[in-house]
Design a binder for this molecule. Structure first.
Ligand SMILES: [Cu+2]
Length: 288
C-alpha cells in the first residue's frame, strides 16, 4: 500500500472506531421532541397481594414483595407500562453497543418490564444464592431456556442468540420459581419507555430525542392490555400524552379471585404508607 493510501485507510479506520465507540444509539436520526405523560388505571382496582415465595427458603425477604402486575397507585398511577412508537418511524436504528440487562435478584426479575432494540445483546445475571433458569418464550424470536445455578453468574446473549426481530412483548419466566415473571419489548428504534414504579413518579414515562413526525403510540400493560394514541409532534416540542387503562371488572376480578394469603387495598400503595402496605399484604407467608 502506498503511503497516501495507507494514511487514508488509517483515517477511515479512526473515524469508524470513533463512531462505533460513541454514545450514538444509531445511524437513524434523533430529534428534539419529547413525549411524556402518565399511565393510569381507572377501572375497578385489583387487590394488591404479596408474592408467595415460600417454595424456596433461599428466596426469603424481610418484607413481603408486592405482586408487580397488581400495583396501582392511590390515584390509579400504573407502573410497568411499556410505551413505544408503534408506527411512524421509518429510519433504521442500530442496536446500542451496551447490552440490555436483566438481573435475578431476590427471586424477582429486575427490571420487571424493559425494552431493547432488535439485535441488541441481553445480559442476564444471577444475584441470588439459589439456582434460577431463565426461559424466554417469544412467538417470533428464538426461544431460550438455560440455568444459572450459582450466584454471580453472567450470561450475555448476543449475535444470533439475542432477539433479532421486533416483538412486543416477550415473556421471560423461571421454571424453578413460577412467580418470577418479566416482559421485554423488542423494537426497532430507541423511542420507548416504561412507566415508573418509583413512589414519587409512579405511572410516569418520558420518551426523549424524538424526531418531528406523526406517530402512533402504543402503551402495553401485562394485565390491562394495550391502548394506542396518535400524536403529531414538531421539533423542540414537548407533548403530554396520558394513557388510561379502563378494562372493567374482568381482569380485576380474576386477580381478586386468585388464592392469596392476604390482600391489602391498593389505596395504600403510593401513599405515605407505601412501605408499610406491602408488609401487610402478605404477613401470612409462608403458607404451608
Ligand atoms: Cu428462579
Amino acid at each position: 500500500m502506498n503511503p497516501r493510501k495507507m494514511s487514508m485507510w488509517v483515517l477511515a479506520a479512526a473515524v469508524t472506531t470513533a463512531l462505533a465507540g460513541g454514545e450514538a444509539l444509531a445511524d437513524g436520526k434523533k430529534g428534539t421532541a419529547v413525549i411524556k405523560g402518565m399511565c393510569k388505571f381507572t377501572g375497578d382496582k385489583p387487590k394488591l397481594t404479596g408474592v408467595n415465595m415460600s417454595a424456596d427458603p433461599n428466596c426469603k425477604h424481610d418484607k413481603p414483595v408486592p405482586n408487580p402486575e397488581l400495583i396501582v397507585g392511590k390515584d390509579g398511577e400504573l407502573p410497568f407500562v411499556f410505551v413505544h412508537i408503534k408506527s411512524g418511524i421509518s429510519e433504521k436504528y442500530d442496536a446500542p453497543k451496551e447490552p440490555a440487562h436483566i438481573d435475578q435478584n431476590g427471586c424477582m426479575y429486575d427490571p420487571h418490564v424493559f425494552g431493547m432494540i432488535a439485535g441488541q445483546a441481553l445480559k442476564i445475571t444471577n444475584s441470588d444464592d439459589t439456582a434460577h433458569n431463565i426461559h424466554a418464550a417469544p412467538k417470533i424470536n428464538n426461544e431460550f431456556n438455560f440455568g444459572q445455578p450459582k450466584k454471580g453468574m453472567v450470561t450475555v446473549r448476543e449475535g444470533k442468540d439475542t432477539f433479532k426481530q421486533p416483538e412486543v412483548m416477550i415473556h421471560i419466566k423461571c421454571d424453578v420459581h413460577p412467580w418470577m415473571s418479566a416482559y421485554v419489548g423488542v423494537v426497532t428504534h430507541p423511542f420507548f419507555a416504561v412507566s415508573s414504579n418509583e413512589k414519587d413518579n409512579r405511572g410516569k414515562f418520558e420518551i426523549k430525542e424524538l424526531p418531528a413526525g406523526s406517530y402512533e403510540l402504543e402503551a402495553w400493560h401485562e394485565k390491562w392490555g394495550t391502548v394506542t394514541q396518535k400524536v403529531e409532534i414538531k421539533d423542540g416540542e414537548t407533548k403530554e400524552i396520558n394513557f388510561e387503562f379502563t378494562k372493567p371488572g374482568g381482569g380485576a376480578k380474576a386477580a381478586a379471585d386468585r388464592p392469596a394469603p392476604r390482600t391489602v387495598t391498593l389505596s395504600t400503595i403510593g401513599s405515605g404508607e407505601a412501605t408499610a402496605a406491602p408488609a401487610a399484604c402478605c404477613e401470612h407467608e409462608p403458607t404451608k
